[in-house]
Design a protein around this ligand. Structure first.
Ligand code: FES
Length: 410
């Protein structure tokens, strides 16, 4: 007889009550004995990300979901006020998406990464094959709801929630996971899938070395450009600006781990580059609104360095593919700002996108996770809620519903 734990239990309770998972105890499927009913997918990988609008018409629904997400921002009369803010901001945001071709490429890149990841995992981990990646975006199509529906149709029972954010924040990975648990509850599917979570991977060696390789390529381009322009002295030496999406100080103050984990990635990349690493700074981009956010701002830093006669290579450090913040904010807005302030060379290291090295890294992360039988990749940190947690229900943040190893035989 199978025994499952109450879905309302939080993770701390689960850790104390669940036995250590053992390889081979996973319930990938309820019908593996029947060839006719054998599922096409044995292990689902749900790729979680906030997503981006695919067309200009998707911008307002995207912003509405964002501004009504209480894991990101808490507003009085959230539904009404959030919708109003989304409506007011839509035209300006639509212009940004227009400037990069009319929509976000994040869906395209996630699909490409997911297909390659499934194939790679089938080779690496035949015991959990066939694998299939599903995209579950938080604010744009395909939404988590769509992914769950498809997983149900495909007869999936074993699922890995794989955050596409290498560094954990309650505003990104946390919000996506909370949304996943709520969505399953709403559909009455709390017990349908056996879940485990890859919550973060800021120091994975494959991820770190892929970022480092992109910087090495950029350094070569920079050297060629510096030579072409006859730059000398400090002007011929780039400053690396590691740039991550900023976070309101209010979120940092409640104990969100994101700034620490971003800094850890930067440190690991710097170590990987070794002696060839140029001078470098970590800065934060994409602040909105009047409240204080993490500093130094990337834009301020670019202006100051331009005025000091320096040149820069921007390194996006917290995303795995191109998105509005690389293609519009860095490549168009910051580049313009840099040149306006006299900077001669402004470059960006390439996003990871479909680089085979990042696919290998992702496959290694998932393969190790499945093989270990763990419920959560970094259970120590995941089980520690922010000391100032804002989850009003007390049941969503840092939980895992229906975890794979809790299906102990009574
Ligand atoms: Fe971080 Fe709830 S807001 S655990």
């Amino acid at each position: 007889m199978l025994k499952t734990f109450n879905n309302k239990n939080n993770l701390v309770q689960l850790i104390t009550r669940c036995v250590q998972p053992q390889l081979g105890r996973h319930h990938y499927s309820t019908n593996t004995g029947d060839e006719n009913n054998k599922p096409k997918t044995k292990t689902a990988i749900l790729m979680l990300n906030l997503g981006g609008p695919q067309t200009l018409n998707d911008v307002e629904p995207f912003l509405t979901r964002l501004f009504t997400d209480r894991d990101i921002i808490k507003l009085p009369f959230q539904e009404t006020v959030g919708r109003l803010i989304a409506k007011r901001r839509s035209p300006a945001v639509q212009k940004l998406y227009q400037s990069i071709g009319g929509g976000s490429p994040i869906g395209k890149w996630t699909e490409i990464q997911g297909k390659a990841l499934s194939q790679r995992l089938d080779q690496l981990s035949p015991q959990s094959a066939p694998h299939k990646c599903y995209i579950g975006f938080r604010y744009a199509s395909p939404l988590v709801d769509d992914a769950i529906q498809q997983m149900t149709k495909d007869g999936v029972t074993r699922a890995v929630a794989f955050s596409q954010y290498p560094q954990f924040s309650c505003t990104t990975t946390g919000s996506s996971l909370n949304n996943l648990w709520k969505s399953l509850e709403t559909k009455g599917l709390e017990s349908k899938f056996d879940w485990s979570i890859i919550d973060r991977w800021p120091l994975h060696e494959g991820f770190v070395s892929t970022v480092a390789s992109k910087i090495q390529q950029a350094l070569t381009h920079f050297a060629n450009e510096a030579k072409r322009l006859n730059l000398i002295g400090e002007a011929a030496q780039p400053v690396l600006l590691f740039s991550a999406h900023s976070l309101p100080m209010r979120t940092v103050e409640r104990g969100d781990p994101y700034p620490t984990e971003v800094a850890a990635t930067v440190s690991a990349v710097v170590q990987t580059l070794g002696d060839q690493v140029p001078q470098h700074i970590l800065c934060w981009q994409s602040k909105v609104g009047p409240l204080p956010w993490l500093v130094p701002k990337t834009s301020d830093t670019v202006v100051r360095l331009a005025k000091a006669g320096r040149n820069v290579i921007i390194v996006p450090i917290a995303f795995t593919s191109d998105h509005i913040e690389t293609l519009s904010e860095i490549d168009i807005e910051l580049k313009h700002l840099a040149h306006e302030n006299g900077m001669k060379v402004f470059m960006r290291s390439e996003s990871l996108n479909d680089d085979p090295k990042i696919i290998d890294a992702m496959a290694d992360i998932v393969h190790r996770h499945i093989s270990s039988g763990e419920q959560v990749a970094n259970i120590k940190q995941y089980s520690l809620k922010c000391p100032g947690c804002i989850d009003e229900t007390g049941t969503y943040c840092r939980t895992i519903r229906n975890p794979v190893s809790c299906h102990a035989t009574a």
